[in-house]
Design a protein. Structure first.
Length: 293
């Protein structure tokens, strides 16, 4: 309760006076202090984002919803609003980068969400080609005898037709599986092999789709901001989301075998434990969670 009271008092009263005192002492506004003092990356952009969202100025508040094409205009508008000289190129450049990262994160979420909403369609040739590509990447020495086949269980699907397993995450689940198998082929095959362990085995494809949901939820609630702001000096792209997914797949496999669950029936318990571990790592403002090629 006291935390909520303090948060309310700070946001509505103390923050204004603290900013006013610091401006008197330094001769700089909050944005100037942040952009001039913090290193490039998450710590700086998160501070800028919070400053803009908390501002009483409509110009500054609107800046967190800026589109990529409007970034330059908003930089000029903010400098005018805060009476910062346009020739201050350092401020201008750093603010431009932060606004690109903020707008890029929002755009990336929309792109990921749109792909998640696309249902797998067995009548869609492109969807089918990606599914067959997944099989060929993971099982290069075994031919798929039929499109509807129990062979799909060999790579961790639940039944004869994988399309039913993509319902929750749509095409996003398949695209992630293919991306990992294509860009980290040796690792994907090794993890698939380990997933067939007689005691500690798990359904590779089903777990992969489950980890897509984890990556998606972390992106949606903003937990990936620090990671992406550190990773990309500009606009985060879909590829950066896929790379984070690859990290999750690789690290979950290690985590699973280190924990040695009694059976796959305890999957949800260990999945949540892994989820908490990742959320903890993402709280670090210097975090970058990726695999190296």
């Amino acid at each position: 309760m006291w935390a909520h009271i303090w948060g309310f008092l700070y946001s509505n009263y103390f923050r204004f006076w603290l900013k006013w005192i610091l401006r008197l002492l330094t001769g700089k506004c909050e944005l100037q202090r942040v952009l001039g003092g913090a290193e490039a990356g998450a710590r700086r952009t998160l501070s800028i984002e919070h400053s803009l969202e908390s501002s009483k100025s409509k110009v500054l508040r609107n800046a967190v919803h800026v589109e990529e094409a409007e970034v330059e205009k908003y930089v000029r508008d903010i400098m005018k609003e805060k009476k910062i000289e346009q020739k201050d190129t350092g401020f201008k450049t750093n603010l431009h980068i932060s606004l690109l990262q903020i707008s890029g994160y929002k755009k990336l979420y929309l792109n990921v969400e749109n792909l998640r909403k696309v249902p797998y369609d067995s009548e869609n040739e492109e969807h089918e080609e990606q599914l067959i590509e997944l099989w060929n990447l993971l099982m290069p020495y075994e031919n798929l005898k039929a499109r509807i086949s129990k062979q799909w269980c060999d790579i961790g699907f639940q039944g004869d037709d994988p399309k039913t397993d993509f319902r929750g995450m749509g095409l996003l689940g398949l695209v992630n599986l293919v991306y990992f198998s294509k860009h980290y082929t040796n690792e994907a095959r090794q993890i698939l092999s380990r997933s067939n362990h007689p005691k500690l085995g798990y359904s590779y494809a089903i777990v992969g789709i489950n980890l897509t949901e984890m990556a998606y939820s972390l992106l949606k609630n903003g937990a990936l901001k620090a990671h992406l702001y550190n990773m990309v000096s500009g606009l985060p792209q879909m590829e950066h989301f896929h790379q984070f997914y690859c990290y999750l797949v690789y690290e979950f496999d290690k985590f699973w075998f280190e924990e040695e669950p009694e059976s796959i029936m305890h999957f949800n318990q260990y999945r949540e434990k892994f989820h908490e571990k990742i959320k903890g790592l993402l709280l670090d403002c210097s975090v970058v969670l990726t695999l190296q090629d």
